[in-house]
Design a protein around this ligand. Structure first.
Ligand code: SF4
Ligand code: SF4
Ligand code: FES
Length: 351
C-alpha cells in the first residue's frame, strides 16, 4: 500500500469560499480516484461533496476534472493519474455552475438535449409497431458510436466553445442529434438538419478543437458527428447560413491568395448578396466585426495589396495542388457514400 496526495478544489456555498485542500490517502493497486474520494469522505472529511452512483462507468454521474482533464473518476485509476509521485488534482467539471465542491449544476448541459429535440419522431402515417420500432443492423452500424453516450458531460466540460458561448448546443447534444438524423425510423431528418444549420450555437459554431473526443469515456466521437452533420446539411441544401458562407469564404481565400484573407472573410461570412440588398441584420453583423478588424489592422495581419494581387505565386500553385488532391479523394469517398445513401433513401422512402 502506498500513500498518494490529492489536492481537491473545494467550494463552500454558505460562505461563497473557494479553496484547495490537500488529503493523503492509502491506495492499493487498481484503486480508482472515486474510491479515494470515498476514502476521504468516510475517513477524513464527511463534508466533501461529489456525485457517484454505479461505480462502473455506466451512470455518468462521477465525471470531474482530474489533473485538469474531464473524465469519469470511477474509471480512472490512481496509478494512471499520478505522475512521478506528484499530487493528483481533482476539481469540478468546467462550463457549469459549481454547487458545492465537485458537484455542478447540470441543468444547462441537459437543456441542450431538449433544445435539439433528441428523441425519436416516428412517421405519423405509420401504425405503431406491436413491439419495438426496428432498424437494420447495417443502418445501426453507421451511428452506433453516437448512441453510447451516458450523459456524463465530460465533453461539455472541456469544450472550448461552450466555455465562451452559453448558447452553444455542445458536443453531446449535437452527437445525439446526429444519432437521430441518421436513424431511418425518424421522420424529422430534414427539420433537424435545418435547425442544426441555422440555429445560433449549432453545428457551425464548433471550432474542431478535438477536446470532446479526447474527454469522452465512451468513444462517442462528438466532433466527428458534428463534421458529418455539416456534410449532410450541405448535401441537403442548407447552405444559406453564416457557417457555410464562412467555410466557403475561408476556402476561396486560401485557394485564390495562398493564405487566409481576413479582410474579405467577414464580408463573405455575412453574405455579399445580403449586404448589397440592404439587409439590416447583415449590416449589423458587419458592425459587430469592426472592433476585430481594427485590431487586425493595428497588428498588420491584413493582406497587403501585393499579396492580394498575386505575390507568392509559387506557394499558391502548391496550395492549388493540395486542393485538387483533396477533391479527388472526396470524389472517391462520395462514390462509396452513395451506396449507403441509396440504401438509406430506400429505407426511409418506404415509410
Ligand atoms: S470539437 Fe467542437 S464540440 Fe468538440 S470540444 Fe471542440 S468546439 Fe466543442
Ligand atoms: S458524448 Fe461522451 S463525454 Fe459527452 S456526455 Fe456523452 S459519454 Fe459523456
Ligand atoms: S459512478 Fe457511474 S459512471 Fe462513475
Amino acid at each position: 500500500m502506498a500513500q498518494q496526495e490529492f489536492i481537491i478544489q473545494r467550494y463552500n456555498p454558505d460562505t461563497d469560499e473557494s479553496y484547495e485542500e490537500s488529503f493523503n490517502v492509502d491506495v492499493q493497486p487498481g484503486q480508482t480516484v472515486l474510491d479515494s474520494l470515498n476514502a476521504i469522505k468516510w475517513e477524513q472529511d464527511g463534508t466533501l461533496s461529489f456525485r457517484m452512483s454505479c461505480r462502473h462507468a455506466i451512470c455518468g454521474s462521477c465525471a470531474m476534472k482530474v489533473n485538469g482533464q474531464s473524465m469519469l473518476s470511477c474509471q480512472t485509476q490512481v496509478d494512471a493519474a499520478a505522475e512521478r509521485g506528484d499530487p493528483i488534482r481533482v476539481g469540478p467539471q468546467g462550463n457549469q455552475h459549481v454547487i458545492k465542491d465537485l458537484v455542478v449544476d447540470v441543468e444547462k448541459f441537459l437543456l441542450q438535449f431538449e433544445r435539439a429535440e433528441t428523441w425519436l419522431e416516428p412517421y405519423e402515417d405509420q401504425d405503431p409497431p406491436e413491439r419495438e420500432y426496428r432498424q437494420k443492423v447495417e443502418e445501426f452500424d453507421h451511428w452506433s458510436h453516437a448512441s453510447t453516450c451516458i450523459h456524463c458531460g465530460a465533453c461539455y466540460s472541456d469544450c472550448t466553445v461552450a466555455a465562451v458561448d452559453e448558447n452553444f448546443l455542445g458536443p453531446a447534444a449535437l452527437a445525439k442529434a446526429y444519432r437521430f438524423v441518421m436513424d431511418s425510423r425518424d421522420s424529422k431528418r430534414e427539420e433537424r438538419l435545418q435547425f442544426l444549420s441555422e440555429e445560433q450555437g449549432g453545428i457551425w459554431d464548433c471550432t474542431r478543437c478535438y477536446m470532446c473526443v479526447q474527454a469522452c469515456p465512451k468513444d462517442v466521437l462528438p466532433m466527428d458527428a458534428i463534421m458529418e452533420l455539416r456534410t449532410l446539411a450541405i448535401e441537403a441544401g442548407h447552405v444559406n447560413n453564416h457557417g457555410v458562407r464562412h467555410h466557403k469564404g475561408f476556402m476561396s481565400g486560401v485557394r485564390k491568395r495562398g493564405r487566409l484573407d481576413e479582410m474579405m472573410l467577414p464580408v463573405q461570412s455575412v453574405g455579399i448578396g445580403r449586404l448589397l440588398t440592404g439587409n439590416l441584420a447583415a449590416h449589423k453583423e458587419m458592425m459587430d466585426y469592426t472592433p476585430g478588424a481594427i485590431r487586425l489592422l493595428k497588428s498588420r495581419k491584413l493582406l497587403t495589396i501585393a499579396q492580394r494581387h498575386g505575390a507568392n505565386a509559387e506557394g499558391r500553385e502548391q496550395i492549388e495542388r493540395i486542393f485538387e488532391e483533396v477533391e479527388a479523394e472526396k470524389h472517391h469517398h462520395d462514390v462509396d457514400a452513395e451506396a449507403f445513401g441509396a440504401e438509406f433513401e430506400t429505407a426511409i422512402g418506404g415509410h
